[in-house]
Design a protein around this ligand. Structure first.
Ligand SMILES: [Zn+2]
Length: 370
């Protein structure tokens, strides 16, 4: 099994296109052609995590946080971060990171957090985005209709949810007059040809546009192919950052903060709240550093917003807005480890990858409470 095959399966679940702009996701270090026998999932790639991977003879590290947030200018091995990269290369360990694409994926990080925090009726906190979809309507002689439909389906057109090879065909008459310079498949120069044609309609996502059009050109018999291509709305999976949902049982801000501390197994958390006795029904959550998005939580009517890395001045603004905020620390995203392990173990079984999937046992939270 190669890294690229594992990555391909993962990117069907959390495609790179749903990541936030300029997020350094994907291959971090190593080779997508690397053979994998053992992989390890982790929140962070830190020197201790790399040591753990080496001790466990891991070939592939799958991380949530990119390993290289800061580009290397001098590869000075006295710098611990650089030494870590050198260790990875020396031990043939490939590193891949799925950051905001994992956060935004449906069934990904923020859904895992929402589930842990007891939320029901969950929807994205920030406005959603959807992949562009196209509709192709192509006109073809009836006799070539079936082979074209097949080629389009093989190229990935007409896949809707759990349905494949979806298309619509309408029969009619095509007319054209070839000029002297033309090399027509049907008809003669300067004579109007009338041909029994089918109009085939299929839809597909932008990611498949090139392969679908190439397949059409390869199979279609005409010198000049008649086709319409246009963008369609309301198709394609919608994804968005953060989640907002409801508690099945309302409780006070103080009680909910204690609940968060318990379910996330924390030593402590920070609470910003004017009124700790306010009842909480609606909760917003955003994994990572989501402080700047608190106005979305306000707009969605959340009583509490759970996110990491809240800073002093932003906390002042949150306090004045009346929004209660729970900051469990950025490390609360460590919740992804058992879920990622479960996902890769499931795909391993389904696809006979025959790899071993480990989860890092280390706590990479740099903060301690005393
Ligand atoms: Zn994060």
């Amino acid at each position: 099994m190669k890294v690229k095959e594992i990555v391909q399966k993962f990117e069907a679940f959390a495609p790179k296109r749903i990541a936030e702009p300029n997020d350094p996701i994907g291959l971090q270090l190593g080779d997508l052609e690397q053979e994998v026998k053992k992989m390890m999932v982790t929140l962070d790639v830190r020197p201790d995590v790399v040591k753990e991977a080496i001790e466990n003879q891991v070939d592939f590290i799958f991380a949530h946080h990119p390993a290289m947030f800061v580009p290397v200018k001098q590869f000075d091995l006295s710098v611990p971060q650089n030494k870590m990269y050198a260790e990875l290369i020396k031990h043939n360990i490939t590193v891949y990171a799925a950051h905001t694409n994992l956060d935004n994926a449906n069934g990904g990080m923020n859904d895992w957090l929402a589930q842990a925090l007891g939320l029901a009726n969950v929807s994205p906190l920030l406005p959603t985005r959807a992949e562009k979809w196209y509709k192709l309507a192509v006109f073809v002689p009836t006799e070539n209709s079936e082979s074209l439909r097949q080629a389009l389906a093989e190229a990935g057109a007409g896949q809707l949810g759990e349905y494949k090879s979806c298309s619509y065909t309408l029969s009619g008459t095509g007319r054209f007059m070839p000029t002297e310079a033309a090399d027509p498949y049907i008809g003669k120069a300067a004579k109007l040809a009338e041909v029994a044609e089918d109009k085939i309609e299929v839809v597909f996502p932008a990611s498949k546009k090139a392969q679908v059009l190439t397949a059409m050109r390869a199979v279609h018999p005409y010198e000049e192919i008649a086709y319409d291509l246009y963008q369609v709305e309301d198709l394609g999976e919608k994804t968005g950052m953060g989640r907002v949902g409801e508690l099945t049982t309302a409780m006070t801000v103080e009680k909910y903060a204690k609940f968060c501390k318990e379910v996330l197994s924390l030593q402590g958390l920070r609470l910003v709240a004017r009124d700790k006795q306010k009842m909480v029904e609606k909760v917003a959550v955003l994994g990572g550093s989501g402080a700047k998005f608190y106005p979305y939580a306000l707009r969605q009517g959340a009583d509490v917003y759970v996110t990491g890395d809240v800073s002093y001045h932003t906390a002042h603004d949150m306090y004045e807005s009346g929004m209660a905020v729970i900051d469990p620390g950025h490390h609360f995203e460590a919740i992804c480890k058992p879920h990622l392990k479960e996902l890769f173990t499931k795909w391993n079984g389904e696809n006979n990858w025959e790899i071993k999937v480990l989860s890092s046992k280390l706590n990479t939270d740099p903060f301690d409470f005393i």
